[in-house]
Design a protein around this ligand. Sequence first.
Ligand code: NAD
Length: 373
Amino acid sequence: MAALNVALIGQGFMGKAHSNAYAQVGHFFPELRKVRRKVVCGRNRERLAAFAKTWEWEQVETDWRRIVERDDIDIVDICTPNALHAEMAVAAAEAGKMALCEKPAANSAVEAAAMAEAAKGVPNMVWFNYRRVPAVELARQLVHEGKLGRIFQYRAAYLQEWGNDFTRPAAWRLSKAAAGSGANGDLNSHLIDTAMMMLGPIREVSATMETFFDEKPDPSRPGETYPVDVDDTVLTQARFANGTLATFEATRFAVGVRNANRFEIHGEKGMLRFDLEELNRLHYVDASAEKRLQGTNTIMVTGPDHPYAAKIWRPGHLLGYEHTFIAALADFLAGLESGEPAQPTLDDALQVQRVLDAIEISAHERRWVETGL
Ligand SMILES: NC(=O)c1ccc[n+]([C@@H]2O[C@H](COP(=O)([O-])OP(=O)(O)OC[C@H]3O[C@@H](n4cnc5c(N)ncnc54)[C@H](O)[C@@H]3O)[C@@H](O)[C@H]2O)c1
């Protein structure tokens, strides 16, 4: 079968992570349909040319609309600032392209709904890549198999510290118009997606948000500042439809912590604990074991019977951040063959967006808000 021609929009951090996934997926998953790095799109032609050379994209383009119009493109992959996702995904899907999109899907549930609607007829996926950490997938399997029994509490935190760095230039992530929100869309979206993958829909939320600095020094204009109009930190209490209670903490001001993405799940039969900073490990307590032997089991989720691991390295050989993107892409390609679409689709991402919107309303109106899920 002919290779699928990919067009990537955005040559930044995610452009790099996704380029690596396209380059590597056929090495680890040779049975899947091949992908061809056809064209990469960005705004700066000079930097784009260097990027294309490094990551072996065949062509470059500076106008994303021209990509969508091309007959020889099968997949459009969107790695741009959040405000651009909806327009690009809708245009790609309406042109009959498969649509892959970075998270959060959009700036609002209204936008995400339009994307999901446009993409009804085409394969699509949103890159909530942490679903593909083998330890996270193992946790999902254990929860779904009932290993923890009834789940009482779910506790999650996504902690970064870069908000407290005042040497950084103005960036789209600090602008509501470009990013939709701050820590809520950027970090909480990952937590909410993982949590709903584990436990189903979140029914209601109560949240508070803070912007610690609404302006920051602009390094390119000494003495001047630039505005910040998004949340730096968002704290959420939530109740799932199944009755589980949860807390979610997402922040760019967790000074001392670079990129922790943690959850703990407490059920009647035990506990699971994960932290992205140790992504090969899952901690498990079996509360039904003999009391004097009870303690935390540290499972190295690197095979041979663990998700994804066997396809990558031999048992015990560590996996990294990049494998989450390779595995997500592999699942997407496998879904094309099996007819069982890989998750999360834009429909799933719409559910996440509904929760994010409810969190925002709750924080502003200082009350519990139902998500409608
Ligand atoms: N899944 C993850 O773990 C993860 C991590 C980081 C970012 N993200 C998401 O990925 C997306 C991109 O984030 P990033 O960190 O790569 O940002 P970035 O700033 O590093 O890169 C954004 C890219 O978009 C390009 N761009 C902007 N406007 C454009 C336009 N009109 N046409 C073409 N290209 C345009 C920029 O030139 C830049 O190359 C965001 O939605 C973000 O939330 C996801």
